[in-house]
Design a protein around this ligand. Structure first.
Ligand code: ADP
Ligand code: MG
Length: 644
């Protein structure tokens, strides 16, 4: 590594926030003392005064200064919760859960009582709840039931710098209701200094700055670009572990799979290190990590050992882990990208922005001087990284948001008060897609189908599939399918410390063994919860729950009603195309749930389809000639996708 620059930080007196406490049996009193050591504490009264004085405030403060955990408590202590709940939105599910858990601990109350959280398909709140952490998407949905958010006295849109799609839409909605609800307080909080933009948007709202506590961070770059950043990350972890003074390590990876890979390799490699080298505790953290394991990242590292946290972007600003001294930044993250022309959305591993790189580096300098190892060159940093990440609204499918806005009675989308408007092409595409799903009529108004679809917290294609199941009398099965698709790719479990295939071989390939071992009970339970909720919503939209298990075609037709855009046909070379190929023999047609890009584009979760159904179910989208196996060379209307 070349040591090339030092990020200057404000030097702070080293007060008593480093005491080691066993997280398990901290008393509320001790936590109360700890609260007072956070940078934000000194500004408590000033902040409350500002909230009293102004309706909208933009709050900026270094990650870990206490914005998320403390501000809602201050507001509660100052009496705001007597008038209504305090909402605090988070872009990430895990952050909402984790922070709510922490705050309930600090307040000495049971999670879900006075302090709770609400994320899609999981409501951990009660009548008593006064402080509610929630994903930004959930607050957006709450507008559907309560357009003036009457139950809230304060809305804190946290992590505003993340600029998720839901946060951006929330901006427009809360700005609007603040005008006719003068009693509602709005706090927009962010970790970056780009607060002017937020302030401008909210009619020059005052900016409240919480000075950060940041020690200098030494930034190291690689001399040459790394061919394999996973490999480089592992080598760097081991190097730090063996050569550097005590202090925990935080590694930024792009997702669960990478984290599991690194976890596995590290476990293997450290096994042979001998007794002279201290123990290395590996703590993964990502969205689908079971709740019990999420808490592990916050446990204090025992004397004489070192913790290495393998995290997704969640540790960039949403979660602060104390004790991190070394950051390893491979320079990548997974981001959603959308091509409005083809309507294709995929998750891609992309270089991060300079702003992200600096946030990541900063994680190492919270409790003392830190070091950040960037697994790219300083040239890369200077010349290849964008300054900021493009807001999600400009790179995503907007169908869901358009459906939500339409059900809120917002018809004039072009003139909606966006902080950064989405490309008009993407808006048009969303309208087109919703029209094709019969959620909108030709005047762009919500249809009955559209209104019913909007009740479900699902993507429009999934909700259409459910609504269509009424017609095919198979709602029971279709709800199960929707729930299983909603839990993602986590039905099967592969224990990392076991070579699954070999264990299976040892049992002489026993089927029973598979049943006993391969299914994630947790995921199945989650699917069951989701299904229960969908069933509750069925009653609301007055769709009778009925089963038609013997008629597979009916079920597939319901699926096709939602997913007819996602149809593909087998080709001679074994790959699938969304368009027909005249030469193909034995054509097979499928509907897929989603596309995943790895080395190639793969379809995930497919079911077979009879081509004539496309014409039967979506005659406005497909014509007979499109699905004619003899084939013509014309593409289906609106479809111009290349080979998958
Ligand atoms: P900010 O929102 O300004 O980034 P937070 O309020 O999230 O800051 O964090 C304040 C402090 O609370 C940090 O020291 C952080 O480590 C601690 N903290 C937050 N969540 C948890 C948790 N679940 N367990 C233990 N400590 C936590
Ligand atoms: Mg925060």
């Amino acid at each position: 590594f070349v040591k090339s620059s030092v990020i200057e930080g404000t030097q702070f007196e080293d007060d008593s926030d480093q005491e080691t406490i066993d997280a398990k049996d901290i008393l509320k009193r001790e936590l109360q003392d700890e609260r007072k050591t956070l940078p934000i504490y000194k500004f408590r009264d000033e902040l409350l005064k500002a909230v009293d004085e102004y309706q909208v405030i933009v709050i900026v403060g270094e990650t870990g200064s206490g914005k998320t955990t403390q501000i809602p408590q201050y507001l509660h202590e100052a009496g705001y919760t007597a008038r209504g709940k305090v909402a605090c939105t988070q872009p990430r599910r895990v952050a909402a859960m984790s922070v709510a858990a922490r705050v309930s601990q600090e307040m000495g109350v049971k999670l879900g009582h006075e302090v709770g959280y609400s994320i899609r398909f999981e409501d951990c709140t009660s009548e008593k709840t006064m402080i509610k952490y929630m994903t930004d998407g959930m607050l957006l949905r709450e507008f559907l039931g309560e357009p003036d958010l009457a139950g809230y006295s304060v809305v804190m849109v946290d992590e505003a710098h993340e600029r998720t799609l839901s946060t951006d839409i929330l901006f427009g909605l809360v700005k609007d209701i603040a005008r006719f609800r003068p009693d509602l307080k709005l706090l927009i909080s962010s970790a970056t200094l780009d607060a002017e933009k937020f302030s401008d948007y909210f009619d020059s709202a005052p900016i409240f700055k919480i000075p950060g506590r940041r020690y200098p961070v030494e930034v190291h770059y690689t001399k040459a670009p790394e061919a394999d950043y996973i490999d480089a990350a592992i080598v760097t972890i081991l190097q730090i572990h063996v050569t550097q003074p005590p202090g925990d390590i935080l590694v930024f990876l792009t997702g669960q799979e990478e984290i599991e890979t690194v976890d596995e390799i590290l476990k293997h490699k450290t096994r042979g290190l001998g007794t002279k080298i201290p123990e290395l505790n590996i703590c993964p953290i990502y969205a689908n990590l079971p709740t019990e394991l999420q808490a592990k990242i916050f446990e204090i590292t025992p004397e004489g050992s070192r913790k290495v946290v393998l995290a997704t972007n969640i540790a960039e600003t949403s979660l602060t882990i104390d004790g991190i001294k070394y950051v390893i930044d491979p320079g990548f993250c997974k981001i959603k990208s959308y091509n409005p022309r083809t309507g294709m959305e995929s998750l891609l591993i992309n270089p991060i922005s300079k702003a992200s790189a600096n946030q990541r580096a900063g994680r190492s300098g919270r409790t003392g001087p830190g070091k950040c190892f960037r697994l790219y060159t300083s040239y890369n940093y200077m010349h290849d990284l964008e300054d900021n990440t493009v807001p999600e609204i400009q790179r995503t499918n907007l169908a869901n948001v358009v459906l939500t806005l339409k059900s809120l009675g917002i018809h004039d989308l072009v003139n909606f008060d966006f902080m950064d408007p989405p490309p008009s092409e993407a808006l048009l595409k969303a309208l087109e897609q919703l029209f094709a799903l019969s959620a909108l009529n030709s005047r762009g108004e919500l249809t009955k189908t559209g209104r019913r679809m909007a009740e479900f917290p699902l993507d429009p294609m999934l909700s259409k599939m459910i609504v269509a199941s009424e017609k095919y009398k198979c709602s029971d099965e279709v709800m199960s399918i929707a729930s299983m698709l909603s839990i993602g790719n986590s039905i099967f479990y592969r224990p990392k410390d076991k070579q699954v295939y070999n264990s299976w071989r040892e049992t002489d390939f026993s089927t029973q063994w598979c049943y006993e071992n391969y299914i994630q009970v947790r995921s199945m339970k989650r699917a069951r919860d989701i299904r229960d909720q969908l069933e509750g919503l069925m009653e609301r939209v007055e769709i009778e729950v009925c089963s038609n298990a013997s008629d597979l075609d009916a079920i597939k037709k319901a699926i096709t009603s939602g997913f007819f855009h996602h149809s593909a046909r087998l080709q001679k070379n074994g790959s699938y195309r969304t368009v027909k190929n005249p030469q193909t023999l034995l054509p097979r047609w499928v509907i897929y749930h989603e596309l995943v890009l790895t080395t190639k584009e793969y379809m995930r979760q497919v079911t077979e389809l009879k081509p004539e159904w496309l014409v039967e179910i979506a005659p406005h989208y497909y014509q007979l000639k499109d699905v004619d196996d003899a084939g013509s060379k014309k593409l289906p209307k609106g479809q111009g996708r290349a080979a998958l």
